[in-house]
Ligand binder design. Structure first.
Ligand code: DAT
Ligand code: MG
Length: 155
């Protein structure tokens, strides 16, 4: 299959700044992602806890779930060749100060505030992309997209 789907999220720290939000939207387009779906939303704390359940017990968990429910986010379903890897490359390392040191042109290096308020999320595997797309876009069917929309993008 040529096109792969990923979930990309612009976190509350970046949505709070209109210029950063716009710059990230442009970056998505410049890097030849197709915006399949887009949604602005605010999480309840319970959404945050559910989404990041794998991190429960880590020292940053409370601050992470609080931050992610602290204001509006923007979520995208993106399609591209190697979408998962390409978006994660554009984001850069999780830790903002490592990102600034090792990969200064990445999103987190340029816009991240702290290791928690790090501007973006991206799925890290096909399995997590499926789970996360369903989490943010429960009305979206990957199977239907593959059948009805993906073929149109290839023409
Ligand atoms: P990523 O978002 O790069 O996939 P992850 O899945 O390991 O990283 O962690 C999810 C989020 O949790 C991350 O974006 C920010 C927060 N986080 C992770 N490690 C952290 C740390 N050492 N200190 C503070 N926040 C952290
Ligand atoms: Mg992760």
């Amino acid at each position: 299959r040529v096109l792969q789907l990923t979930l990309a999220v612009i976190k509350p720290d970046a949505v709070a700044h209109p210029l950063i939000l716009e710059a990230l939207h442009q970056k998505i387009l410049e890097n030849n992602f197709v915006i399949v779906r887009k949604k602005d939303l605010i999480w309840r704390r319970s959404d945050s806890e559910r989404f990041y359940a794998e991190h429960e017990g880590r020292f940053f968990y409370q601050r992470l779930v609080e931050f992610m429910a602290s204001g509006p986010m923007r979520a995208y379903v993106l399609a591209r060749e190697d979408a998962i890897t390409r978006w994660r490359e554009l984001m850069g390392p999780t830790k903002v100060y490592r990102a600034r040191y090792t990969s200064p042109s990445t999103i987190r290096a340029q816009y991240g505030l702290t290791d928690t308020r790090n501007t973006t999320h991206g799925s890290d595997s096909e399995e997590s992309a499926q789970r996360e797309i369903a989490f943010f876009f429960p009305e979206f069917s990957i199977d239907q997209w593959l059948e009805k929309e993906e073929p149109c993008l290839r023409v």
